[in-house]
Design a protein around this ligand. Structure first.
Ligand SMILES: C[S@@+](CC[C@H](N)C(=O)[O-])C[C@H]1O[C@@H](n2cnc3c(N)ncnc32)[C@H](O)[C@@H]1O
Ligand code: SF4
Ligand code: SF4
Length: 441
């Protein structure tokens, strides 16, 4: 930056108040400032001066504002640049992403599950499995990484098939000189010491397991006996160290509503009692939300956006007190979820190929299929330029004037459909969130 360069305030500056203090945040750099009344006056006056004159007499202050992203060159079209970065990310074929549901069947009956009414599907047929491997082999041309997310239903019901498919993916990746790793979302009930010990071989680098609170709460919400719930909790706590070591990242997702707002505390205390404190465990609350969600209604008294954000803020503070790392600091994102990415595909047990992970197993977002005897056709159909969500552009959406766009990217692309409405999970409680991560980030 030289004195001759005309400047302007960034379009992605956010100003907030929190407990009598002033906060300023820039969404591109993802940096926040906390200021007193007097400091905020200096900060705001400087930004006003820059807006009016393109510069600021206090050069040292101007340099700081520039370095922190609060001011940018006047001829810099931030929106266009961010938009171009997002379009390039969407079009990139560097990483091939598959979300595979080897079955839609499940061994639990969670009272809130959006997949409750799915007809349990048989195991994925061997020819569909072979078709997926061949699809991967052809799609991997020119790629650097294959990422598989195992999903369901309950994926561990088909553990042996996961092992067999992983071996096949790993062979194909070795042939092509491509990296391979996997993630899994599982209810965890079928985890055994043997399966945990095998996770490194399966290249599973992240696992997410939902827990809903103490043993009684879990039993009630998951539709199992108290004894079974107790046995499962015991196994999980006893094997958490091994699970963390095997994968490197364990997310414990605690789905909360008005019936179990304190569930997060019970779950964390349970692990703490056993001395299980590891920065690789990510305890996070899950928002059960029936408004514009995947299903019209779930039989739960859901929290409002504001209530959830307050509950989450309290929970974050508790995690710090208990010595756990708190994930989820707002930062620049490359994509809101994988749906708009060109090289991302969901595959259900019947071989239907779609884009949106939570609706896997339904017709929604399906645009092709694994044709075991005609993978060339699968390749043609999945190479079209107008796949579902391919035209998603948060910078041209209802969010286009939002200062938080680079860190939110419009939240859920599905919620931008005319029949839905966009929920702003990040906006709720943003001041509290930023103040928290200033201290604990
Ligand atoms: C559908 S499950 C499939 C994988 C596996 N059976 C499991 O429970 O993790 C994937 C995730 O969706 C979450 N989920 C299910 N129903 C939900 C709902 N109505 N709202 C929000 N999340 C939900 C579950 O908590 C779980 O973390
Ligand atoms: S374990 Fe997963 S798939 Fe099964 S009912 Fe619960 S949330 Fe749904
Ligand atoms: S969803 Fe809300 S917070 Fe996110 S970019 Fe859109 S308007 Fe902003």
């Amino acid at each position: 930056m030289t004195a001759a360069v005309r400047l302007k305030p960034s379009a992605f500056n956010v100003k907030l108040r929190h407990e009598g203090r002033h906060l300023a945040f820039n969404s591109i750099i993802a940096y926040s400032l906390e200021m007193s009344e007097a400091q905020a006056r200096v900060f705001n006056d400087a930004l006003d001066e820059v807006a009016q004159s393109g510069s600021c007499k206090d050069e040292a202050l101007l340099r700081c504002l520039y370095a922190l992203g609060f001011v940018v060159p006047a001829d810099h079209d931030e929106l266009a640049v961010q938009r171009a970065v997002f379009q390039a990310t969407k079009a990139s074929t560097e990483t091939l992403r598959f979300t595979i549901a080897p079955t839609m069947a499940c061994n639990l009956h969670c009272s809130y599950c959006f997949q409750q009414d799915f007809a349990p599907c048989k195991t994925m047929r061997p020819d569909i499995e072979r078709g997926i491997i061949e699809f991967a082999r052809r799609k991997l041309e020119g790629c650097k990484t294959l990422v598989v997310q195992w999903f369901g239903g309950e994926p561990l019901l088909r553990y042996k098939r996961i092992v067999a498919m992983t071996e096949a993916f790993q062979r194909v990746c070795a042939e092509r000189g491509v990296n391979y790793y996997a993630e899994i979302l599982t209810n965890g009930v079928l985890l055994t010491p043997e399966i945990i010990a095998n996770l490194p071989k399966l290249a599973v680098k992240a696992i997410q397991i939902p827990l809903d609170g103490d043993v009684d709460t879990y039993a009630r919400r998951k539709g199992v006996s108290r004894e079974r719930a107790q046995a499962y909790h015991d196994v999980l706590v006893d094997h958490m160290h091994a699970l963390v070591d095997a994968t490197g990242s364990v997310t414990i997702r605690i789905n909360v509503d008005r019936e179990n707002p304190a569930a997060g505390y019970d779950v964390v205390r349970m692990f703490k009692r056993k001395g299980c404190v590891d920065p690789r465990i990510d305890f996070r609350l899950g928002f059960l939300n029936n408004r514009d969600g995947i299903v019209d209604c779930i039989p739960h008294d859901c929290l409002s956006d504001v209530e959830f954000s307050d509950t989450e803020a309290e929970f974050r503070r508790f995690l710090v007190e208990q010595g756990y790392r708190v994930y989820g600091e707002p930062g620049p994102r490359k994509f809101p979820c994988s749906a708009p990415l060109r090289n991302n595909f969901t595959i259900d047990p019947t071989g239907r190929i779609g884009k949106c992970v939570p609706v896997i197993g339904t017709d929604e977002s399906v645009f092709s299929c694994i044709y075991p005897d005609d993978i060339a056709r699968t390749m043609r159909e999945t190479s079209i330029s107008n796949a579902p969500y391919s035209d998603f552009d948060p910078y041209g959406s209802v969010c286009r004037n939002c200062e938080l766009l680079p860190v939110c990217l419009g939240s859920c692309p599905r919620s931008h459909a005319p029949e839905h409405s966009v929920i702003c999970p990040l906006k709720q409680g943003l001041a509290k969130t930023l103040a928290f991560y200033r201290l604990h980030g």
